[in-house]
Design a protein around this ligand. Structure first.
Ligand code: NAD
Length: 411
């Protein structure tokens, strides 16, 4: 299934209800620049393995390209292109002055030693040097990439260009100019959005049951924040499967168990559940926080949640979107729900450029109004146009991107 085909369908749905000129829509159907790299890397045993890597610079109309680097065995150009497009939309939805990009390597990082991972990352960074920079294109972490990986990219970049440039990547370790609050930013931003939605639905956190798919930076931290805020997290999972307890999970105990045993198999405080079944549990809110194409035309009819809150990028296909809309299931789209991450990445870039650093309290105080405003604007536009939240978010983003393109004039 081509993910980019889904992107084009989402774009089409938005253009049908927006007044954005056709010539601009046409431009936005393809990235500004697509880069592929071949990376030969010396393995620990002396052999050489060759990896394929990508960077897609989708739109720079509103500012430097911005988006993560993904290391995954299934990562390919189609996926990276789609993720790059969604970044452009996301930055526009929250109104931060950045464009959209994404990159990745087709690799299972778990199969590499730390040294191999570092050499691979540095090889990628050396290839990226002419194309990235604080005013050009700013990578960040995504699936299977960490602050440490960002540190290697920054270090390699600085060595080649010959001066300090911490703003070349975000999501760095604090010791190298990372921002306070960047690690929990995606989840915290999502919680601000969810709280607004919960108020609209006239619900209280303790009445709300939640299933979270994925226990990484996004899903794992979201589950913890939800638990702390009084929501009932009833299911959690990682790539190998999950646990379910209709009475509510002890989230810190689940995290601790996973840390010790490496998976959720045998967790005593709930029964085992597959990732496929987790999606179909009777919960108030379902949070896909792992990978794309989890809710499809095949299983959308069996989703029992009242709200699908997308923290992964692209977890719902257009076919599923249509089925969920018919069943009056609210989908809070990725480009709004998970935009807290890129917003704090933007704050990190601002701090790097200013050489002046903020406390976590200041970061969160600046994040909250951005997320709340974006939610209100998207909600209002959806009501006005009588369209799902995703289409409304896309319409807002298209208008903002189009405004920037038009303001530059003809070329
Ligand atoms: P991560 O690598 O930290 O974690 C990914 C998690 O998903 C892991 O727990 C993994 O076990 C799990 N997983 C993988 N395949 C799965 C499957 N088939 N079923 C269930 N779980 C599975 O990655 P992350 O940073 O948490 O990113 C997760 C998603 O959120 C991605 O779609 C990413 O693009 C998106 N996202 C991340 C950020 C960020 O700040 N990190 C921001 C916005 C969006």
């Amino acid at each position: 299934m081509s993910i980019f085909a889904n992107v084009l369908q989402q774009l089409k749905a938005a253009t049908q209800v927006s007044k954005v000129p056709a010539s601009i829509v046409e431009q936005l159907q393809r990235p500004e620049r697509t880069l592929t790299f071949t990376l030969p890397v010396v393995m620990d045993n002396g052999s050489v393995r060759t990896f394929e890597a990508y960077r897609v610079q989708y739109s720079s109309a509103r500012g430097p390209y911005k988006g993560g680097l993904r290391y995954h065995p299934q990562t390919n150009l189609d996926e990276v292109k789609s993720l790059a497009f969604w970044m452009a939309v996301k930055c526009a939805v929250v109104g931060i002055p950045l464009g959209g990009g994404k990159g990745g390597i087709t690799v299972d990082p778990k199969s590499l030693s730390r040294g191999e991972l570092e050499r691979l990352t540095r090889a990628f960074a050396r290839e990226l040097v002419p194309f990235i920079g604080p005013d050009k294109d700013v990578p960040a972490p995504d699936v299977n990439t960490t602050p440490e990986v960002m540190a290697w990219v920054m270090d390699e970049y600085e060595k080649v260009v010959g001066y300090k440039a911490p703003g070349v990547v975000t999501g760095k370790p604090l010791a190298l100019g990372g921002s306070q609050g960047r690690t929990p930013a995606t989840a915290q931003g999502a919680l601000y959005v969810l709280s607004e939605l919960v108020q609209k639905l006239r619900l209280k956190p303790k009445q709300i049951t939640v299933a979270v798919q994925g226990m990484g930076n996004v899903g794992g931290i979201m589950a913890q924040l939800l638990h702390q805020a009084g929501y009932q997290v009833v299911a959690m999972s990682d790539s190998a499967g999950g646990v379910y307890n209709p009475k509510g999970l002890d989230v810190p105990a689940v995290e601790q168990f996973k840390k010790q045993s490496g998976s959720l198999k045998g967790f005593p405080g709930g029964k085992q559940v597959s990732n496929a079944k987790l999606l179909e549990l009777p919960v108030t809110v379902l949070i896909p926080a792992a990978l794309e194409n989890q809710i499809t035309g095949k299983n959308a009819g069996r989703i029992k949640a009242k709200v699908v809150f997308e923290m992964a990028n692209g977890p719902t296909t257009p076919e599923a979107d249509a089925k969920l809309a018919r069943r009056k299931i609210i989908v809070v789209p990725d480009v709004l729900a998970n935009a807290g991450g890129v917003t704090v990445s933007y704050f990190e870039l601002v701090q790097n450029l200013q050489q002046y650093y903020w406390s976590e309290g200041e970061v969160m105080a600046k994040l909250k109004p951005i997320m709340v405003t974006a939610f209100k604007q998207v909600w209002q536009r959806a009501e006005q146009l009588k369209v799902p939240l995703r289409t409304a978010a896309f319409v807002i983003a298209l208008e903002r991107i189009a405004q920037a393109i038009e303001a530059r004039g003809e070329y």
